[in-house]
Design a protein around this ligand. Structure first.
Ligand code: NCD
Length: 329
């Protein structure tokens, strides 16, 4: 089975689930991005609402807190006419001793059409996908993957720069603990961008070069002539022990401020998946700079990318729909 579940065969996007970007082909990624762009255009024209998923059920199953990802999946499902149920599992069921699989089996018995799952453990969403009958979308599993975040980041860049190919993109900060970094690295390298990872040695995964990334341990050197600067949150909740000497020192060496940004191209654009720690990994002045910061647009693109993913993974339920390959042309 592929990283994205068994093949459904009938359409150009041959995966039953969206569990990660790793293993997707440029064509498959391109398809999801062009469908997302279609949804963005429809939204711009004010015709974003549809009845495509009327009578269908989407369950958001979140074992970890989330604001933007959960809300945007909810909005995406509702804009397509689905019934959307939010389940913040948090401590209630876990406290009562229910396992991940028990929860999955309970929900499976309610026959949802799509399960959107976030879980603090890497690999948990893939495990769950093997136990249920419906499509599963990974909304972030541990420090492994967060595919819809990488897709919305890519769409945001493409809308500003036309394409990903040949851009130089720096991903900076807590690479080790970041599922956003991992999914972005897979997507951006697959689509022909040059990717640099900038981090202190304690937050840089070993053998990162194997992912086709150029590692840097100095912000100014790593940012030199970059087109895009993607900042990451310091994920203290995933750290066991101390990875940085102090927040002040971290900001001094790895926080993005006006001065370090001078090393990048004069028109370099700034991104951050949120939630942001202002004054830790990014200076407020930069985050709020309307000419350089894409942070607001990233949130906006989150909804259309998730509409495209829900649409794609439910096409087998609508046999009258044109094959994905045809729509992609
Ligand atoms: C990211 C996540 O949860 O992985 N946030 C998000 O989805 N918007 C990044 C983060 O938490 O730092």
């Amino acid at each position: 089975m592929s990283a994205n579940g068994e093949q459904s065969g009938a359409f150009g996007f041959p995966h039953r689930h969206l569990l990660g970007i790793e293993g997707l082909s440029p064509l498959e990624i391109g398809f999801l991005l062009s469908l997302s762009q279609d949804y963005a255009d429809r939204n711009d024209r004010g015709s974003g609402r549809s009845a495509l998923l009327e009578g269908r059920t989407v369950i958001n199953l979140f074992f970890e807190n989330s604001t933007r990802t959960r809300t945007s999946f909810e909005l995406a499902g509702k804009r397509l006419g689905a019934d959307v149920i939010n389940m913040q599992v948090g401590w209630s069921s876990i406290k009562k001793g229910e396992t991940l699989i028990d929860t999955a089996m309970t929900l499976n018995a309610m026959h949802p059409d799509v399960l959107v799952v976030r879980h603090p453990d890497s690999g948990a969403v893939s495990l769950l996908s093997q136990k249920v009958d419906c499509a599963v979308i990974n909304a972030g599993d541990g420090s492994h993957e967060h595919p819809t975040q990488a897709l919305l980041d890519a769409l945001t860049i493409i809308r500003r720069r036309g394409a990903l190919k040949d851009l130089t993109i720096a991903i900076c900060g807590d690479i080790s603990h970041s599922r956003v970094a991992r999914s972005n690295i897979h997507l951006l390298t697959t689509m022909g961008a040059r990717v640099r990872a900038i981090a202190p040695p304690t937050l840089m995964p070993r053998a990162i070069e194997r992912l086709g990334v150029e590692p840097h341990f100095d912000m100014r050197k790593g940012l030199a002539d970059c087109d895009i600067v993607m900042m990451l949150r310091l994920q203290t909740e995933r750290m066991q022990g101390s990875f940085v000497p102090s927040i002040r020192e971290y900001f001094r060496f790895f926080g993005l401020d006006k001065e370090k940004l001078l090393a990048a191209k004069p028109d370099a654009l700034i991104m951050h998946p949120g939630p942001m720690n202002r004054g830790v990994e990014i200076d407020s002045e930069i985050a709020d700079d309307i000419d350089r910061s894409l942070i607001r647009e990233q949130v906006e693109m989150g909804v259309v990318v998730r509409m495209a993913c829900l649409d794609t993974l439910t096409r087998h339920l609508r046999p009258d729909v044109a094959p994905v390959g045809a729509a992609a042309s």
